[in-house]
Design a protein around this ligand. Structure first.
Ligand code: ZN
Length: 202
């Protein structure tokens, strides 16, 4: 399955000259929400992710996503796995379980994001549901930015990765982009000016 093609076709994988929030420049940018704009595509991608999880015989009762970014991917993954779905959200900066969602003791939960960069929000979501007695059986994302090692990929975890290395992490694809400091950016040297992704009519 050509995951990158789905992202390109949905304008979720942008090529150009981008100023990232880190201050670095890159010639690619992932606009994750765009690939989920079409529910049929979301369904296909989530089914592919579910297949990988089922193949590894991971037993799961529930999918949980950190709001807002992970919700669509997590909901579709829960549908594909035939389990329930909940989400955590930040209240005054702290990840919380609200809206009447309950967790059973020892309930097996997969934390799902649309994209994992360092996995910070996914980890916060995991800690939140663990505090209610859940057991985290896997982390999952449609896209992996290449900082964390995922099942079926030979990239190694970088120091920035916050996901625990004793719990499997499933993703469809690694999206590893070269980043440049502005002073050393070869695209700048060619005369082009970096733009903030989304700054052209969002
Ligand atoms: Zn540049």
């Amino acid at each position: 399955m050509d995951i990158k093609k789905y992202y390109l076709d949905a304008n979720a994988l942008l090529e150009g000259h981008f100023l990232l929030s880190s201050g670095n420049h890159s010639n690619y940018y992932l606009q994750s929400a765009k690939v989920l704009e079409n529910p049929k595509i979301a369904e296909i991608l989530a089914q592919e992710l579910a297949n990988a999880i089922i193949k590894y015989n991971i037993k799961v009762d529930c999918v949980c996503s950190p709001a807002l970014g992970g919700i669509l991917a997590g909901y579709e993954l829960a549908r594909a796995l035939g389990v329930r779905f909940i989400f955590t959200e930040r209240v005054n900066g702290v990840m919380n379980l609200r809206r009447g969602f309950n967790i059973n003791i020892d309930e097996k939960i997969i934390i799902c994001e649309d994209i994992i960069t360092t996995g910070g929000s996914a980890l916060e979501s995991a800690k939140c549901v663990e505090s209610f007695g859940a057991k985290i059986v896997a982390f999952a994302a449609l896209a992996n930015r290449g900082f964390c090692k995922r099942v079926d990929s030979n990239i190694t975890s970088k120091i920035e990765c916050k996901l625990p290395n004793n719990i499997p992490f499933f993703a469809l694809e690694d999206f590893i982009f070269e980043m440049f400091s502005p002073s050393e950016c070869p695209i700048c040297k060619s005369g082009s000016i970096a733009i903030k992704p989304g700054s052209r009519g969002n």
